[in-house]
Write a protein that binds this ligand. Structure first.
Ligand code: ATP
Ligand code: MG
Length: 515
């Protein structure tokens, strides 16, 4: 008999259950409604994409790409893995066929590995049969297993750690540059990152995000667009704030910054100065920051290390070195936020480490989340679509951490209540069952939440259960009620009871449940 085993959700993943899921649904419904009023449409990209897409767009130096992604090699559907070691011959033949048909990656490395595997297998087959697997036979077996494991059976795939890359990929793939511009899309769904699970940090977590993409037309773009870009940035931020406001999220704080653009007279010049300043204080920095002086100096500004805070405060600031256009855009973004009534503070340490990020960056924090208090991050990324093989296209977007948003709402007592029932139908007798099920159908069709016990219960027991389920009314249907068409309705909160027709009961529900 199979061992009795209890399964548990994998570390960093969790089941979302009622009544919590009621709040999740309300949050998602509100997002759809609010984003809809700003003219955004929903995109649902796949959950997995080629690893290369994320590596390129997020950057191989980042924590996300270097250690947090869930990646695996895909495999062809019609090649069963070897059942036993002696089945390897069949497997190799299958590999060769698929290689020839290009159904597994046909590159030099894979061809070489399969060739080696095939030769080692031929050697093994020449060994006298029935001998014990030791000595040369054992060594040969391990060589074969080694090569067998290294064959790449398909392209490398990754569970998405974020969705901006997918949206840009889809923009290119579906020729959205020919759609009315700008293209405004939102998405919601799970993302996957291998992180240390803690409050507000999971391995499967949920984001709600949006992107505005606009392909630059010939003769357009550049300095002329400054006020237009700034207005788009401000509207995107306004939309997130409107969403949070309609949820009643508390302690919302918006921080903004401009990170200029990748040019010598702008961010590149600044990064050089920053690097020089960091070299001077190198000894006082921790190992992570020391390493980043070389690889990604901007990221030092991100550091949460207590001992580095005073040093970072004394570093040069990017605002002192923005080029004229970036400075103008930043000033315009601030003006645009003010005229939309969005309160912000400036945070010069808010940065993004990749070249295609430019100008506006922002982050929003909320109450009740401890150190994981960022609920939204966003920014402008004008170079990304082109980096992924598309036309020069402007982009700005954000991603909200839905798990943290929900936590903050729950901490503030805005969680969903237990679902409850509007009506519990207590019936007794065969004739009553038919009447009860017909009544239930009509009440449900009118939109009320109705519980109909599958078997007959004594009225006392039925009323007890109605109470436990948090039902508002018990509809009592016995032989009497069926015969007269007058229903007995009990209000569970105060125990009062009244006789009424079905039409009267429906009217009562409409008045008292839906108010
Ligand atoms: P953090 O600094 O908290 O790791 P991040 O910079 O990695 O955040 P982004 O990639 O900008 O986060 O994602 C946007 C939002 O998604 C974050 O502000 C946060 O609310 C949420 N988020 C990111 N990673 C996780 C996670 N592992 N679990 C839950 N929420 C997350
Ligand atoms: Mg992170």
């Amino acid at each position: 008999m199979a061992e009795k085993k209890r399964f548990q959700a994998i570390k960093g993943t969790r089941d979302l259950l009622p009544p919590d899921t009621e709040l999740w649904n309300r949050v998602e419904q509100t997002a759809r409604e609010v984003f809809g009023t700003f003219g955004f449409g929903e995109i649902r990209p796949p959950i997995f994409e080629p690893t290369e897409l994320f590596a390129r767009s997020i950057g191989v130096d980042t924590d996300v790409v270097s250690k947090e992604m869930y990646s695996f090699f895909d495999r062809p559907i019609d090649l069963a893995p070897p059942h036993t070691f002696y089945d390897t011959g069949r497997y190799i033949k299958g590999l060769k066929d698929l290689l020839a048909r290009g159904e597994i990656p046909n590159d030099e490395k894979n061809r070489e590995i399969i060739q080696q595997l095939s030769e080692r297998w031929e050697e093994f087959e020449k060994l006298p049969p029935d001998q014990p697997l030791e000595g040369e036979a054992k060594a040969s077996l391990f060589r074969i297993l080694g090569f067998r494991d290294r064959v790449r059976l398909g392209p490398e795939i990754t569970l998405r750690p974020e969705a901006t890359a997918s949206v840009c990929r889809a923009y290119i793939e579906h020729g959205m540059h020919a759609w009315p511009q700008p293209v405004k899309l939102y998405y919601l769904g799970p993302m996957f990152r291998r992180e240390r699970p803690q409050k507000g940090r999971y391995r499967q977590f949920y984001q709600i995000g949006a992107e505005v993409l606009e392909t630059v037309q010939p003769g357009q773009g550049g300095a002329k667009d400054i006020s237009k870009d700034a207005a788009v940035d401000a509207e995107v931020i306004e939309m997130v704030m409107a969403f949070f406001a309609s949820l009643g999220l508390e302690g919302v704080q918006l921080e903004i910054n401009s990170i200029g653009h990748a040019a010598d007279n702008c961010r590149r010049g600044y990064v050089k100065n920053l690097q020089a300043a960091l070299e001077k204080v190198k000894d006082k920095l921790g190992p992570d920051s020391q390493r980043r002086i070389e690889t990604n100096p901007l990221r030092v500004l991100d550091s949460k290390l207590e001992s580095e805070q005073a040093i970072i405060a004394g570093l040069p600031k990017i605002s002192e070195q923005l080029c004229d256009d970036c400075e103008k855009e930043y000033a315009e973004v601030k003006r645009q936020l003010e005229l939309r009534g969005a309160k912000y503070t400036e945070n010069w340490r808010l940065v993004r480490g990749l070249d295609y990020y430019m100008r506006t960056t922002f982050e929003i924090t909320a109450k009740g989340l401890g150190s994981q208090n960022a609920v939204c991050g966003g920014g402008r990324y004008d170079g990304l679509v082109e980096l992924l093989g598309g036309l020069p296209t402007k982009g700005i977007g954000f991603a909200i951490g839905e798990d943290r948003l929900i936590l903050s709402l729950q901490e503030a007592g805005k969680g969903g209540a237990a679902a409850g029932r509007d009506v519990f139908v207590a019936w007794m007798g065969e004739r009553a069952q038919a009447a009860a099920s017909a009544a239930t159908q009509r009440l449900r069709a009118a939109g009320f939440r109705v519980e109909l016990p599958p078997v007959e219960q004594k009225f006392g027991k039925a009323l007890g259960q109605a109470d436990k389920l948090g039902a508002r009314y018990a509809l009592i249907l016995g032989e009497d009620e069926v015969a007269t068409g007058q229903w007995t309705v009990k209000t569970l909160a105060n125990g009062s009871q009244a006789k009424m027709s079905e039409a009267e009961f429906l009217e009562k529900l409409k008045n008292e449940v839906r108010k």
